[in-house]
Design a protein around this ligand. Sequence first.
Ligand code: HEC
Length: 367
Amino acid sequence: MGSSLDLPRKPFALRHLPTAARMVVATYLISVGIGYFSALVQLHFQHASAGQFLPGPDEVKSAYGSRPNMGQLERLVLADETRPFNGSGQMREAFFRRASGWRREIRELAKDKKVSEEEAEKMIRKQRVAEPDALVAWIRSGAAKDTYKESTEAKSYKFLLPDEVAAHLTDDAPSDFFKKNEDGKWTANIAEIIDTRCVHCHKTGARGAVGAIQLDEWEKVMDYIAPEGGSGMSLDKLAQSTHVHLLGFAMLYGLTGFIFAFTSYPAAIRAVIAPLPLVMQVLEISCWWLARADATFALGIMAFGGLVALGLGAQIVLSLFDLFDKKGKVMIALLLIAGAASVGVLYTQVIAPHLEQQKTSAARLSS
Ligand code: HEC
C-alpha cells in the first residue's frame, strides 16, 4: 500500500532520546558512580585494617567466615588494635589509645622517667596488657558472678589471676584493678576494669548503637560472653544485608543495565555487560553464606564483588559515551578525565598519606 507504516522502524536506542531525557540518564549514571565510590569509602571505615584502603582476604574472612569459637567480648578484646573500632573489628583499643587520660599518662611518665614518649608508651603498655588478659582469663574461667565484683573494704579482690597474667604486674606500679595478697598471689577486680575501660561508652542512656550495648552489670556483660557459634556476621545481620542488597542494589544495577542494553554497542557485548553486575551480585551474596561453612569462599566474595564494580564501571562509562554525539563525547571525556584526576589527587594528597600514617603507627604498636 506504500504507507509509512510498512517502513522498517528504527530500533529504539538511547541516543534517539530527546536531549532532556539524555541529560537525566547521564546525570543518573554519574551520581551512581559517585555513590558507588562513597560505598567503597564506607567499606574502608567498616572493615579495612590500618594501612588498607579496602579490606583484604583476612578482613573479609573474619567478617564472613568462621571464627574461633569464643564469645564476642573475648574476640573483640583479643583482636588486633589496627582493626576498625567496632563490633566486627576490635575493642582492644579501649585499654590503650582510647582509654581516658592515655596521652596524659604517657607524657607524665616520660617526664618522670626522663625517657621519650615512645619509650613511655611501651612501658605503660607492658603493664596494661594485664587488663585485657585478666578479662579473658576471667571469661575462660567461667565468668562466675561471685568472682566479678568486690566489696570496697576487701583486702584482696575475688578473681585470682593465673600466673601468666600476674607476670605483667609489678609492685611499683599501683593499679586500681589488681591487688597482691599476703600469700604473694595477685587478684583482680574485673568489674572495675570493665567499669573504667568500657562503661563510659557502653552505659544505659548513651545515645546510638553504643548505648544499646550495656556492660555496667554482670548480667549484661554475660550477653556478650557466650560463644558465637563459630561464624562471622550474625545470621540476622547477614539476612538483613542480603535483602538490602538484593532489593536495593538490584534496582540500581537493573536500571544501569537497562540503560546499557539500549546503547548502540554490538548485541553480543550488550548481552554480556548489561546483566553482569546483577549476576555477579547474586554470586557474591551466595558466597557470603557459603563462607560461613568454608572461609575460602571469602575469596569468591572479593572476586565477584570486584566483577560487580567492573561491570558497573563499564556500564557507566560506555553508556555515557553512547548518549551523545561528537561534541558531547568530548565533554564526557573531559568530565571523566577531570573526575579521574580529582580521585588521583585525593588519593595521593589525602588517602595515601593517611594510610601510610596508619601503617607506621600500627608498626609501632607491634614492635
Ligand atoms: C570510645 C567508646 C567505646 C569504648 C570505650 C568501648 N566501646 Fe565497645 N563499642 C563502641 C562502638 C562505637 C561499638 C559499635 C557499635 C555498633 O555500631 O554496633 C562498640 C561495640 C561493642 C560490642 C559489639 C556489640 C554488638 O552487638 O555488635 C561489644 C561486645 C563491645 N563494644 C564491648 C566493649 C568492651 C568489652 C569494652 C571495654 C574493653 C568496650 N566495648 C569499650 C564504642 C566503645
